[in-house]
Design a protein. Sequence first.
Length: 220
Amino acid sequence: MGIQIAPSILSADFANLERDILEVADADWLHVDVMDGHFVPNLTLGLPVVERLAQVSPLPIDAHLMIENPDRWAPRYAEVGATSVTFHLEAAEDPRSIAADLHSLGARAACAIKPGTPVDDVLPLLDVLDMVLVMTVEPGFGGQSFMADMMPKLTRLREAAVAAGKDLRLQADGGIARDTIQTVVKAGGDVLVAGSAIYGAEDRGAEVRALRALGEEAHG
């Protein structure tokens, strides 16, 4: 499995989202953070915006739901066009049922864990997941410092996936930039979410390519 880059539009210009999405068209996914002001203290966007983004984006939508009651809402995001939907383990009542609902809608099912959540809590679910997201910052806001102490979680997940013969993507989100991406890849990550590193660059497309090259170098 190759390295995939997912620019986070949390760091884009919300008044010019389509323009900023087209500038990262060389990426693999468009990472869209949905926050409800309850599960995390920030409030971003919801179903109508994700639906419209899916209509104009050249990239598949990777929706990260930092919301309460994902059992109800996660399938709705698949219905409006998200190709991959990530729900938080900490908010889910029945993670297996959520994954089954997402798969029935043709979407990729992913589960995220916050920095304080033990990796052992998500290991029993690997058989029904396509991806696990390890947060490398506290969820809620962009531009935070990378938490290197989350790397053992990625390593443990990669080892568990290999042992089970599971084709599992491992995503890292938070503080991903040129100086951290290789650390994440060497630990086992292969889907890298980058917000401020990409949208703060003068040439956003070039930054996507540079991050991918660094990731592939560490992966190889």
